[in-house]
Write a protein that binds this ligand. Structure first.
Ligand code: KG4
Length: 340
């Protein structure tokens, strides 16, 4: 049987990424991150699109070269269709279309969120088998999303609960910004939190019914408390940043895990995964191990490299869709907003 070679392209936010997979086994995954946003403390859409424009060709070339696959061998090209920043998406979408057209091969559109969830199915070798069985629950936590997803099949996902305002990653990034730390705040808070006391400060937790999340109240509570403490002591942040980070992280992880536990109880599902940029967080990873022991869960935590935006996760969905001959038309538009 002829192997399936998929080239995948991801450009939804500020990472330009390309990956090559053979029958679902990852051969290469090359990502160019954009340092240009750091001085603004957040992603600047216009600058992101321009950087994608510069990065996309070298990144794709490097992915093919590293995989030792010629473009003529490709079976199809998979691309992130959305959700994401429209200008960023357009670069990857149009590049994928042009290349697929030139090579005369099918195009496969991939939902970015589905990609994050399916990161658990990326195989690094033919006998890589640590994949969750369907159905499983996935806590999807990134800069733009916080949701609990019931995954019935690779192409059948239900959102059981989601944030009604900010995402968890967004809340971490904003709190880090008001503390005057760098961008993105997630990894900085993570590092500081390891040296701090998680019970040093208390921030308000939301009281939202059901499985939905809310993080804007916590963000406001953090900001108001911080203002008060800084008014009393101008060196407050500098002297207490570890405890502040640890307490903030503890609160966010607690909010995330309480609802996830409720979802596991309501559905009776004990195979529980985590995905998205915030799943790189050590506090969250530790909480997963802790809950697994306490509640008999089998947990699935992606490798660090597959937590943040990457094309490997787009390529694995592309491989499954290729097997189902689920291709998209050349005139398929990008979507800035879309759920599963
Ligand atoms: O999935 P992702 O790369 O981008 C989106 O699709 O949104 O997630 C980025 C988010 C950012 O908010 C970033 O601060 C957060 O993930 N993040 C972390 C960590 N690493 C990245 N948050 C907490 N701890 C980390 N170690």
């Amino acid at each position: 049987k002829k192997p399936i070679f998929i080239l995948a392209i991801e450009s939804s936010c500020d990472d330009t990424s390309a990956a090559v997979l053979r029958d679902g086994v990852l051969l290469s995954n090359v990502t160019a991150s954009q340092a240009v946003h750091e001085e603004y403390g957040g992603v600047v859409p216009e600058l992101a699109s321009r950087a994608h424009q510069q990065n996309v060709v070298p990144v794709v070339d490097a992915a093919l070269k590293r995989a030792n696959v010629a473009k003529e061998e490709l079976s199809a090209i998979a691309f992130t269709r959305g959700p994401g920043l429209m200008g960023s998406l357009l670069v990857g979408v149009n590049f994928a279309k042009g290349m697929a057209r030139a090579l005369g091969i099918p195009l496969i559109d991939v939902n970015h969120l589905q990609g994050h969830v399916m990161a658990h199915f990326i195989k690094e070798s033919d006998d890589d088998k640590n994949q969750p069985p369907f159905p499983f629950l996935c806590l999807l936590v990134s800069g733009g999303n916080s949701q609990i997803v019931k995954v019935n099949a690779y192409n059948d996902m239900e959102i059981l609960g989601q944030t009604i305002d900010d995402a968890a990653g967004e809340a971490i990034d904003k709190c880090s910004k008001v503390m005057g730390l760098g961008y993105p705040g997630g990894p900085i808070i993570d590092r500081l939190a390891r040296q701090g006391n998680p019970k040093a400060y208390q921030f308000s937790e939301p009281h939202i019914p059901g499985l939905d999340y809310s993080f804007s109240g916590l963000k406001t509570s953090f900001l108001y408390n911080l203002r008060k403490w800084v008014a009393e002591d101008e060196n407050f942040i500098e002297n207490h940043k570890e405890d502040l980070a640890a307490s903030l992280e503890w609160t966010i992880v607690d909010i995330l895990m309480k609802k996830l536990k409720l979802a596991a109880k309501e559905t009776g599902i004990k195979h529980i995964a985590v995905a998205g940029g915030v799943s790189a967080n050590n506090g969250l990873r530790n909480a997963f191990h802790d809950y697994a022991k306490r509640f008999g869960w089998t947990i699935y935590i992606p490798k660090f490299g597959y937590t943040t935006d990457n094309a490997a996760m787009i390529g694995i969905v592309g491989t499954y869709k290729y097997r189902d001959k689920d291709f998209c038309d050349i005139d398929a538009p990008a979507f800035s907003k879309v759920t599963f």
